[in-house]
Design a protein around this ligand. Structure first.
Ligand code: PGA
Length: 254
């Protein structure tokens, strides 16, 4: 059985004060439930988040990580630093980083491996653009992005990883993939992993991201291969995020 994961990707938002308020709201409203709840603040606020959440059931992680272990990499944050701050997860290969910071499939694979080597679980994002979907290339694009990491890291590494299907056209646009569209891609991702190792594929959580909100979460999470969500905008509002977490908690994924 896969335990659902709901991860909040706060992106580049927040101040010390607004984050404290958001955390207070989450701690008050989040019941220890069936689902795992994770928040990913900007890295500069990780220490604050770690200190507030230390005695709660909510876990925290980062939005990005360097592929290097240490040294002269101005502005970067290493996997070991994330471990030092108690991070359990890190998002790698988010489409904003692929598109705006030119992160290639190979670089994403390097970050994925570096995170795992240090003891941080990567949440590997894959997803097609609107143009790619309209050309009927969705499954090809996902397969390429996933295969780059499977080939580089090895399938065994997916025992401790999460895959996030995030159609680029659904991110921050208010346009969600239908539950059927999400399920189709999630199933294809699991089938691709199963070609390498069926046991790892069955245990690997595949979460959906792209305009998940309080109104659509339950329908998405009800699909058999949708094991939770990666939530952007709606994760900045405590009440809405809590509702999404509850929707995941009610779903028994098998
Ligand atoms: P969104 O972002 O929920 O605001 O669409 C999701 C993401 O980018 O992870």
């Amino acid at each position: 059985m896969r335990r659902a994961l709901v991860a909040g990707n706060w992106k580049m938002n927040g101040t010390t004060e607004s984050i404290q308020q958001l955390l207070d709201g989450l701690v008050t409203g989040c019941q220890a439930g069936n689902s795992e709840v994770l928040v990913c603040p900007p890295s500069i606020y990780l220490a604050q988040v770690a200190s507030r959440l230390a005695t709660t059931d909510i876990t925290w992680g980062a939005q990005n990580v360097s592929q290097h272990a240490s040294g002269a990499y101005t502005g970067e944050v290493s996997p070991a630093m994330l471990v030092d701050l108690g991070c359990q997860y890190v998002i790698v290969g988010h489409s904003e980083r692929r598109a705006l910071y030119a992160e290639s499939d190979v670089l994403v694979a390097e970050k994925f491996s570096a995170a795992l080597a240090a003891g941080v679980k990567p949440i590997l994002c894959v997803g097609e653009t609107l143009e790619e979907r309209e050309q009927g290339a969705t499954l090809d694009v996902i397969q390429r992005q996933l295969q780059a990491v499977v080939s580089y890291a090895g399938i065994a590494d997916f025992a401790d990883a999460v895959v996030a299907y995030e159609p680029v056209w659904a991110i921050g646009t208010g346009k969600t993939a239908t539950a059927e569209q999400a399920q189709e891609v999630h199933q294809a991702i699991r089938a691709q992993l199963a070609e390498a190792d069926s046991g790892i594929a069955a245990g690997c959580r595949i979460v959906y991201g792209g305009s998940v909100n309080a109104g659509n979460a339950a329908e998405l999470f009800a699909k058999p291969d949708v094991d939770g969500g990666l939530v952007g905008g709606a994760s900045l509002k405590a009440n809405e995020f809590i509702t999404i977490c509850q929707a995941a908690g009610e779903e028994q994924t098998v």
